[in-house]
Design a protein. Structure first.
Lengths: 295, 295
């Protein structure tokens, strides 16, 4: 095992433990809702956003005991969005992280409430632990996560995505959608991790540029995998973008150019890190991981 | 017009203006989502929670310029819960505040995203304005709202409500459900309004007792109105609890005893206010309003 994969596994294990601790126990009423929240959030996922938060925290010297709660908050927002996305009114998907989706395993009403309650829990986490040097910074972190999640962030990206099914998009429009749908929360993961330490203005700016590249690269690679990998490998239904005539980087640019674009974004991400003073090895490796991953 | 109804109208007008200002304009992308968010949140509702926040703020000498954003945040949580509740997977209702529900006027996917984005916006508001004397208090307000909204608050109450359809409940179980479903957010409205000023520990405790009584009274009266008023008066479908065999205070206790209970809760709410030093006239009048309302 390389040093990087050991680090990644340690972060993932830590994230699983923190999430298991902060989610209400399945024995607490309402039991079925809590059971479904745990089903949705535990035991799966690459935890890319938490990994980015931990790695960005290393740059600013943040205490991992702080970063872990910021990372968990971002991950809970991500998980809630998956639960709602998979519902029949949205993507209508039966498989996620290799398991039946929440509305299949439980029911639609429960899936709706699971998503709603996971979002509340994310903000609860951000407000209930000491995460930054001062409360004013921590309030700013609440604001960052709220804006990244809302109608001008992730939820807005979903709305644009829905509106674009079967519609020809220009590459710039596709980018606009993904900057919202995936990019905003990835950016929040990086910035929240950094704000658990003491980022200077320049640091935050460079991390922001890095996060923007990673967010887009993540989506480009997702599109390539959706077109080329199997459902078994992905743990979610493969080929569904094409089946629904959804615009993707592969359908717009072709697979070869999409692969080139991913490499360019990796280079841009690395270049953004070059300007930073703190230790950036983990962020650099994560950029490689995001581009080279096969699931 | 009495002094109280003039005050109420002024608060409602102010709330409408603040919500109109803080909701993204319908011209901003994604336009349809923003249009639907405005449709859901503007132009209707009694604004009971904002009224409670403004009245509680008077007790602690809070600046209404602060209270209005705390009040708007609570109202946005309330509105999001209505939008999700009305969806086919939950209560499947076509009418709300005298208008077609969001999933009828727009579509289900949009209704899902509207609710999600309104919740994010509520936390954005709480974090983006100066609402308290210090940032630490304001973080505590974020925590209060998050916990009131989540699985051990409002969303949890919804889950218990869903699980109780067609099931015989004891009065204590019905109360447990409503303390979560309606009570938690009403309590948050009162406490958030109070924290915009400087509540002492005793003040917060008495306000909490007041809020608990009002929360239950509100639900008892809702059950009476659902059984006895018309759809036209309510602006939402009347008689639906009985139609679905949902336990209510009326079905459990009978209409006469339910009416007595509402009066007892009003007396308890007034008694809680008797212990307070600050001006409590508005909270007192709001208790009367909640019990005597006909819609």
């Amino acid at each position: 095992m390389t040093d990087f994969s050991a680090w990644m596994q340690a972060c993932q294990t830590r994230m699983e433990r923190v999430l298991a601790d902060c989610l209400p126990a399945a024995a607490i009423a309402p039991q079925r809702l809590h059971e479904a929240m745990r089903y949705a959030a535990l035991g799966g996922g690459k935890r890319v956003r938490p990994l980015l938060a931990f790695a960005a925290g290393e740059v600013t010297g943040a205490d991992p005991e702080r970063v872990q709660h910021a990372a968990a908050a971002v991950e809970l927002i991500h998980v809630y969005s998956l639960v709602h996305d998979d519902m029949p009114a949205m993507d209508d998907d039966a498989l996620r992280r290799g398991k039946p989706t929440v509305h299949i395993e439980f029911d639609e009403a429960t899936a709706l409430l699971v998503g709603d309650a996971l979002q509340s829990l994310a903000f609860d986490l951000l407000a209930s632990h000491v995460l930054a040097d001062d409360a004013a910074t921590q309030l700013k972190m609440v604001q960052m996560l709220a804006q990244a999640s809302g109608s001008r962030g992730m939820a807005g990206g979903q709305a644009i995505d829905l509106a674009s099914v079967g519609k020809p998009l220009e590459p710039a429009e596709l980018e606009f959608m993904h900057i919202h749908k995936t990019g905003a929360l990835i950016r929040a993961a990086v910035l929240l991790g950094a704000h658990c330490g003491a980022p200077t203005g320049t640091t935050a700016g460079s991390l922001d540029r890095y996060a923007k590249c990673i967010g887009l690269a993540f989506q480009v690679v997702d599109d390539i995998l959706d077109a080329e990998a199997s459902t078994a490998t992905l743990g979610k239904t493969a080929g569904k973008d094409a089946a629904r005539n959804k615009p993707t980087y592969v359908s717009l640019l072709g697979a070869a150019r999409a692969r080139e674009l991913a490499q360019e974004l990796r280079a841009d991400a690395h270049a953004a890190l070059d300007t930073l003073a703190g230790p950036t090895a983990r962020l650099r490796q994560l950029a490689d991981f995001v581009i080279e991953r096969s699931y």
